[in-house]
Design a binder for this molecule. Structure first.
Ligand code: 13P
Length: 241
């Protein structure tokens, strides 16, 4: 099980240190893999203050190594601090207009440097209501993973309408989407595709994590809001299957 926290644009340096002071004590015995993804300036502190067994990740990266790309961060700049990179989050797709083609370049750059990549996919409410969920997921997966030599890849299914809304997807929605993602990954990568772990994200909280984590083809969760609170995130991270 991978229990991942995406802090988005939250927490200062001091808040990052304070979080781990409390969180470390609460998760010292868990068997799950735990990942925390702070914003760039807090990544080194997170690496320093988190227990060694906690993985640290970035929320984005640029695909070029160096040059005239003001405001961007490269894969090798992250290498000393991070193990994971989250790519294609719906915030990036919808608020920063990232296309599948751009995400594809980022996935390739991160994989080339041996990062664990968490590729996020998910449909908007409009797309769901017009029965386009499967075609959107298929297009996002196929284009974002085009020409990718498979290495350490996780997929996060994050229906956009369930993010930060308090409305998590129903059991049936999650089962259906995860099974469709598995089928698509198998089409793209054969047997290897079947083994790619799939996380669910969207209003995961201590109260619903147990049920979500018990569903078929759910190999972990990607948590936003609840990962900011050390007690709530530890409750999710300590889940036993
Ligand atoms: P929330 O858990 O706040 O809904 O956010 C989910 C998410 O976007 C994680 O990447």
């Amino acid at each position: 099980m991978l229990i991942a926290g995406n802090w988005k644009l939250n927490k200062t340096l001091k808040e990052t240190k304070d979080f781990f002071k409390e969180f470390n004590k609460l998760v010292s015995k868990t068997q799950n893999m735990i990942l925390v993804c702070p914003s760039f300036p807090c990544i080194p502190a997170a690496r320093e203050y988190a227990l060694k067994k906690i993985f640290i990740g970035a929320q984005n990266v640029f695909f070029e190594e160096k040059g005239e790309f003001t405001g961007e961060v490269s894969v090798s700049q992250l290498k000393s601090f991070c193990d994971f990179i989250v790519l294609g989050h719906s915030d990036r797709r919808n608020k920063f207009s990232e296309s599948n083609e751009l995400i594809n370049k980022k996935v390739k750059a991160a994989m080339k440097s041996n990062f664990n990549v968490i590729l996020c996919v998910g449909e908007t409410l409009n797309e769901r209501n017009s029965s386009k969920t499967n075609s959107v997921l298929e297009e996002q997966l196929t284009k974002s993973l085009s020409g990718v030599a498979l290495k350490k890849l996780f997929i996060a299914y994050e229906p956009v309408w369930a993010i930060g809304t308090g409305k998590n997807a129903s059991k049936e929605d999650i089962i259906q989407a995860h099974s469709f993602i598995k089928q698509t990954l198998t089409k793209l990568f054969g047997e290897k595709g079947k083994k790619i772990q799939i996380l669910y994200g969207g209003s995961v909280k201590p109260e619903n994590a147990k049920e979500i984590l018990s569903l078929p083809n759910v190999d972990g969760v990607l948590v936003g809001g609840a990962s900011l609170d050390p007690k709530k995130f530890a409750e999710i991270a300590n889940h036993k299957k």
